[in-house]
Write a protein that binds this ligand. Structure first.
Ligand SMILES: *[C@@H]1O[C@H](CO)[C@@H](O)[C@H](O)[C@H]1NC(C)=O
Ligand SMILES: *[C@@H]1O[C@H](CO)[C@@H](O)[C@H](O)[C@H]1NC(C)=O
Ligand SMILES: *[C@@H]1O[C@H](CO)[C@@H](O)[C@H](O)[C@H]1NC(C)=O
Ligand SMILES: *[C@@H]1O[C@H](CO)[C@@H](O)[C@H](O)[C@H]1NC(C)=O
Ligand SMILES: *[C@@H]1O[C@H](CO)[C@@H](O)[C@H](O)[C@H]1NC(C)=O
Ligand SMILES: *[C@@H]1O[C@H](CO)[C@@H](O)[C@H](O)[C@H]1NC(C)=O
Length: 459
């Protein structure tokens, strides 16, 4: 028997994420200890990467500006290893997310949880596992979210991201944080994101360039999508190069070596490298690492000269997007920032730094002269397991920028890990873009959602 109408109406009211002048219907005082906020909206985004799983929680006001969650502007928590490490145990994979789910539940007020979307985007790690295994893991995650949490859940929100989506979300996040959404395309910034498994490039094109773009990439994704953001149309070029992330590239470089040794490995190292279930001999040459020999190997792996059907290409036969003003300011994130900070050519206390590819080359030449033992003293901030690969990683990053993406060695780029936002800093990563999309598209029939600005309209 259905509950009496009044009861149903009351319970519906209780679920409304409506906060009016600090008093919540059915509960007093606004979430997070803040009063005076009229409407707020949360999003919980899981980033299931190849090296670990992370959860981000964001809180938006009615203008789609970010609000504090307690002391911080976002909740960010991670666990290692990533879902793909549990390839043969989907339940264990899903369970690895429980601590993250609990953290998220701890910051979203309970009465808002049923209207707070929870999304999971898996990237290169699961892409590499293949359709069947990754789908089993995603299904276990869907069951977990559906059975064990109050968050608003849809099965299509738990997916392997398409490569271009990862790039587009980061582009949206970066330009949102910089206050660029609503500007002309030429006043937005381009992004490069070097993950473990893949590397992404995204930037806005002119309408004319977009009209002449090839429509479908080799992987079957669109190269260019039209996006309506803050009432402005953008033609967004985005591409993700699978297996060209930093950790994947190590495997490629080790595999490609013609000689019994790899000249990218620091002298004194003997051992092997494991990536994606394969084991590679990673022992150094008796003469140690060599910058020039390592460069030659790395250029081969990048497939610079792969036949390409277009006039402007990067590597591996991929269309470059043609360049243009949307790419003149490049924000370069993830492992580019990390390695530069770890070897100390940028200040790791600062969230971003203006550099050129030549700075990478200089640091690289220095690193490749060292033995493992010397590097251990020179680079106290490089993790022990990364140390033997420090010449290889830096050579790869320099080669990717200059030979892969075709940047001039003297072009200024901004290495970024966080972006200043109000009196706070927000991590430069794709989940914020995903949060903006899902909150903007929410169809929840609540008053709050109707009043929320739709920053990102799908067409
Ligand atoms: C979770 O829900 C799914 C379907 O919604 C069901 O098949 C599964 O048995 C449930 N798991 C648990 C542990 O309750
Ligand atoms: C949208 O654009 C307007 C100006 O056109 C700007 O004031 C506002 O901050 C932008 N909103 C966001 C969330 O970027
Ligand atoms: C792709 O572009 C070509 C040439 O512009 C056009 O003829 C073709 O119809 C397009 N294909 C799709 C699927 O849009
Ligand atoms: C790895 O390579 C080194 C150098 O060529 C060689 O001495 C060693 O036996 C190799 N190890 C394995 C496990 O193949
Ligand atoms: C690629 O082609 C250019 C021009 O033909 C040539 O100079 C270069 O050596 C080639 N690079 C590789 C890695 O084959
Ligand atoms: C690096 O130095 C630390 C002590 O400072 C030592 O414990 C560690 O084994 C060294 N690692 C290598 C690879 O030499």
């Amino acid at each position: 028997m259905a509950p009496p109408l009044l009861l149903r109406a009351l319970s519906l009211l209780f679920l409304l994420p409506l906060v009016v002048d600090g008093s919540v219907l059915g509960r007093k005082a606004a979430a997070g200890g803040r009063v005076g906020r009229e409407i707020e909206s949360y999003a919980v985004i899981f980033d299931a990467g190849s090296t670990g799983s992370r959860v981000h929680v964001f809180r938006f006001d009615e203008n789609m500006d970010l609000l504090y969650l307690g002391d911080d502007i976002e909740l960010f928590v991670q666990v290692k290893p990533g879902l793909s490490s549990y390839a043969d145990d989907p339940q264990k994979a899903a369970n690895s997310l429980i601590p993250l789910l609990e953290e998220a539940e701890g910051v979203v007020p309970e009465e808002l949880q049923p209207t707070t979307p929870v999304r999971l985007g898996a990237t290169a790690g699961l892409r590499n596992l293949g359709e069947e295994k990754s789908e089993e893991i995603l299904q276990a995650v869907r069951d977990l979210f559906q059975n064990n949490s109050l968050f608003e859940y849809k099965s299509e929100w738990i997916t392997v991201l398409e490569g271009y989506q990862e790039g587009s979300y980061l582009w949206v996040a970066m330009n949102y944080l910089l206050g660029n959404l609503g500007n002309r395309y030429s006043d937005t910034v381009g992004v490069v994101d070097l993950g473990g498994g893949s590397v992404q490039m995204a930037y806005a094109l002119s309408e004319q360039a977009a009209a002449n773009a090839p429509n479908i990439s080799i992987g079957g994704d669109p190269y260019v999508t039209k996006q309506l953001l803050n009432e402005t149309n953008y033609y967004l070029y985005a591409y993700s190069y699978l297996n060209y992330g930093l950790l994947a590239a190590r495997a490629g470089i080790l595999e490609a070596a013609d000689e019994p040794y790899n000249y990218c490995m620091l002298g004194g190292y003997t051992g092997s490298y494991e990536y994606n279930g394969e084991v590679y001999n990673a022992s150094a040459s008796p003469s140690g690492s060599s910058y020039s020999k390592c460069r030659t190997e790395t250029i081969k792996v990048l497939k610079i000269n792969e036949t390409c059907a277009y006039e402007d290409c990067t590597f591996g036969g991929v269309w470059s997007g043609g360049g243009g003003d949307g790419q003149k300011n490049l924000y370069v994130a993830s492992f580019f920032y990390d390695r530069a900070a770890q070897v100390g050519f940028i200040d790791s206390e600062k969230p971003n730094a203006l550099v050129t590819p030549s700075d990478f080359e200089e640091a690289t030449k220095m690193a490749c002269k060292l033995s493992l033992e010397e590097a251990n003293v020179t680079y106290p901030n490089v993790a022990e397991e990364d140390l033997p690969y420090i010449c290889m990683d830096l050579v790869y990053e320099y080669t990717l920028l200059v030979d892969g993406f075709g940047l001039e060695p003297s072009q200024e780029i901004i290495l970024v890990t966080k972006v200043e936002y109000g009196d706070s800093y927000v991590g430069a990563a794709w989940p914020l873009g995903s949060a903006i999309e899902v909150v903007s598209s929410q169809s929840t029939q609540s008053l709050a959602m109707k009043n929320l600005r739709r920053l990102w309209l799908q067409q």
